[in-house]
Design a binder for this molecule. Sequence first.
Ligand SMILES: [Zn+2]
Ligand SMILES: [Zn+2]
Length: 349
Amino acid sequence: MRTARGYAAHTPGAPLAPFALPRREPGPHDVDIAIDFCGVCHSDLHQVRNEWDLEGIFPMVPGHEIVGRVAATGAAVRAFAVGDRVGVGVFIDSCRACPDCRAGLEQYCAAGMVPTYNGRDRDGAPTYGGYSERIVVDERYVLRVPTGIEPAAAAPLLCAGITTWSPLRHWQAGPGKTVGVLGLGGLGHMGVKFAHALGAHVVAFTTSPAKADDARRWGAAEVVVGAGGAAWEARAGSLDFLLDAVSAAHDVSAGIELLRRDGTLVLVGLPAQALAVRPFALVDRRRRLAGSAIGGIPETQEMLDFCAAHGIAADVQAIPIQQVNEAYERLLRGQARYRFVIDLASLRA
Ligand SMILES: [Zn+2]
Ligand SMILES: [Zn+2]
């Protein structure tokens, strides 16, 4: 066991502060990764504040949008070599044997995936995330980050990117489809970029007029500003698909009513509160309400390769780790443009 420097919430809701965390010695199949950048995901805030229905494990080192370089490999590692640019997302292990794992959808593993942080590894030890200088991960759960993507801007692809890519691919966003994206934060801004690059007609919905020009730059053909009202009513029944990336409580039925017959609204934003649904919004036009969680390892690699081929990455603001608590407050106030990414060089300085 070795120690690594990192930042942790020592108790639920506490500000993040320096913490020396244990990392295992690399086993035969492990990749030892020196972390360069880690994105700040909204779920990091939820978890350090214990806002979901799961008991957090503290001290908690958040971070599951990790990009780094391979520092060492175990003797049996074949896919990676020292110096390779790699990424780690929301999970670092799963059972590998259930139908979901065999289908490459490890995020739905019947035995439960092992989260990159706020979880327990197979040996029962707490997992610690990417707000740290290094991480040791089995090569099966390590992604290759193509050299064409700037590393800081690649980090958010590992959660925000794949969380929007997976449902857009599953529900076949593409030419001839009208795809709405509700909420233009870390998730939504990637949703607009992907839906546009996949060939869909994209309608972006935001409550923030200041984001309209950005949405058009990402490829939105139309931008609807506001929540509900005449502009929404004018688009009732017009979408094939709506990616709902709002992370706060909101009127999901109003989103469902934007769908045409057999349209689907997919929740990816994970508000902490229950959402009420008006049954008529669903029954009318045989609409569907669905959810989707991140993505499996093969589709995450597919997404990264697609990003490199199409020149896509996240819009990021790099911060030193010493400013992470301030970044959390700015994220809660909706001031991220569009993802804060921690530059871990600040931890080594
Ligand atoms: Zn996340
Ligand atoms: Zn499994």
